[in-house]
Ligand binder design. Structure first.
Ligand SMILES: Cc1cc2nc3c(=O)[nH]c(=O)nc-3n(C[C@H](O)[C@H](O)[C@H](O)COP(=O)(O)OP(=O)(O)OC[C@H]3O[C@@H](n4cnc5c(N)ncnc54)[C@H](O)[C@@H]3O)c2cc1C
Length: 460
């Protein structure tokens, strides 16, 4: 439903007439995110440029009982920024300034619309490092990363977005501006409210500014590929590396369908005739890197890797990591609809889970390419399908349910990094149990009593 002219004019009075979109052709690109088969046209899209703009827009939306959906770059994979029919989308793309790097305190301050890769590049100019590197880092925003608590290829050693958030500026549901956290490395004053907002998927407040922790840039790194004839051997290698007390920065897995798709797309020399590929990377002091790399290669061979290749130089290492980041795009070229999941299991259960996904694909007659952050137990079974084929889509939904239930039975989680959004609501209560699910709903009601912030996400 389009916005009435008088309400559109009120938003334009806040952000300027060129920063409010209401025409069908203008709002269409904001009706979906990276999630397949979910779309809904919003009533309007508004582009604030400051925290004051955001606060005024929230007050305006509240006054007219309009749902507000915050949007960064729209790369989300659980439908988090897909609007409701009468929603106003608040797109923070223009609030993308990196406000400063503080090398004395090892911190970086940025507006929420800053691009993740630009944050690491700004840190690198000071010899510093912002480790969280979601596959989408060239386009995702730090606000989106905070809202989803995003992970990345280096999560195994360096952790996820939450581990780097020191403070947040947030516009609350009534338009008040709140600040949580501080510049202090240690701070236990009151409840850790910033941690409540990290991962809250735009349902509790709108993040407008972040203060991030940086770390020294590692002096050396070594990247290797281990090739396998059996997927289970790759999964067991990962468990064995962790059990040997080695924490590399990256342990990424690609099955044969994914490796072939990436090779066709990126031409980086990935083998196309093996069942599984592990991309392994260790970084840190040069002596420690050499030692860890040798031990990891030995463990891979002990687990029947048919070959272990070491990247010749930085350029080849970067090309391999970039190719892995392209896995989603490469798989998406195969069929019209790509449904990418992020079921996560304890690492000791990886071999069973990977085998189960392959068996489920066969059982339901579906194409599933699996890749993922195997060192974190975080798998991305990717359904290659066609949403116009009703019978096939029904089998996809049944297979998804079977895999979700198996994940929970193995002590896993329905989402390791993409969030619940719209896509995973069906299984959340089952995973959390009644009392923690109900408490979460009470928190939402207490912080957003009128339910205007991203309604319908995480729970109904
Ligand atoms: C190719 C590809 C690879 C990916 N790889 C990874 C990966 O490795 N790891 C990973 O974790 N994810 C990955 N993702 C998922 C996605 O990129 C992340 O969830 C990312 O953090 C979303 O950022 P965004 O700016 O696009 O947010 P959006 O998609 O615009 O929004 C995501 C959610 O955050 C909320 N939100 C956005 N900005 C704010 C804000 N300022 N304040 C409050 N709420 C806000 C939205 O309402 C929505 O609920 C990938 C996606 C793609 C397409």
């Amino acid at each position: 439903m389009p916005l009435s002219q008088s309400i559109a004019d009120s938003f334009a009075a806040v952000v300027g007439p060129g920063s409010v979109l209401t025409k069908l052709e203008d709002v269409l690109p904001y009706s979906f995110d990276g999630t397949a088969a979910l779309r809904q046209r919003p009533a309007a899209v508004v582009f604030p440029r400051s925290v004051e703009d955001v606060a005024a827009c929230v007050k305006l939306a509240g006054a007219h009982s309009l749902p507000l959906v915050t949007r960064g770059s729209g790369t989300g994979l659980s439908g988090g920024s897909v609007p409701q029919a009468d929603s106003v989308v608040l797109c923070l793309a223009h609030m993308n300034a990196i406000l400063g790097v503080d090398p004395r305190n090892l911190t970086l301050r940025a507006q929420a619309g800053a691009i993740t890769q630009a944050i690491d590049e700004a840190a690198a100019r000071h010899g510093l490092f912002y480790p969280p590197d979601p596959g989408s880092m060239r386009i995702s925003t730090i606000g989106g990363n905070v809202a989803e608590n995003s992970g990345g290829l280096r999560g195994l050693k360096y952790g996820v977005t939450r581990d780097y958030v020191m403070a947040l500026e947030v516009v609350l549901a009534d338009g008040q501006v709140a600040r949580f956290g501080s510049q202090c490395v240690k701070d236990v004053a009151g409840y850790s409210m910033k941690d409540l907002f990290v991962g809250s998927e735009g349902t509790l407040g709108i993040v407008t500014e972040v203060l991030l922790r940086l770390v020294p840039r590692p002096a050396a790194r070594r990247t290797m590929l281990a090739l396998y004839d059996r997927i289970e051997d790759a999964a067991e290698t990962v468990s064995a590396i962790i059990a040997a007390r080695i924490i590399p920065c990256t342990l990424e897995f690609l099955d044969q369908m994914t490796a072939c798709s990436v090779e066709e797309y990126a031409h980086v020399g990935l083998p196309t005739d093996c069942a599984a590929v592990l991309l392994m990377e260790t970084d840190g002091h040069p002596a420690a890197v050499a030692d860890e790399a040798d031990r990891m290669a030995a463990i891979a061979r002990d687990h029947r890797a048919r070959e272990v290749r070491v990247a010749r130089d930085d350029a080849e290492a970067l090309a391999l990591a970039a190719a892995r980041r392209n896995a989603f795009a490469a798989l998406a070229r195969r069929r019209p609809t790509t449904i990418l999941e992020d079921f996560t299991v304890p690492r000791s259960e990886l071999a069973e889970m990977v085998g189960f996904i392959a068996e489920t694909a066969r059982g339901f007659g579906l194409q599933i390419g699996t890749f993922g952050h195997m060192g974190d137990g975080n798998l991305h079974p990717t359904f290659l399908t066609d949403e116009r084929d009703e019978a096939e889509m029904q089998r996809v939904h049944l297979a998804l349910d079977v895999i979700a239930k198996k994940t929970l039975a193995l002590g896993g989680t329905i989402t390791g990094e993409h969030g619940v959004g719209l896509a995973k609501k069906a299984w959340l209560r089952q995973q959390m149990g009644e009392s923690s699910f109900d408490l979460m709903k009470q928190v939402k009601r207490a912080i957003d009593p009128r339910g205007i912030l991203n309604p319908g996400k995480i729970f109904d």
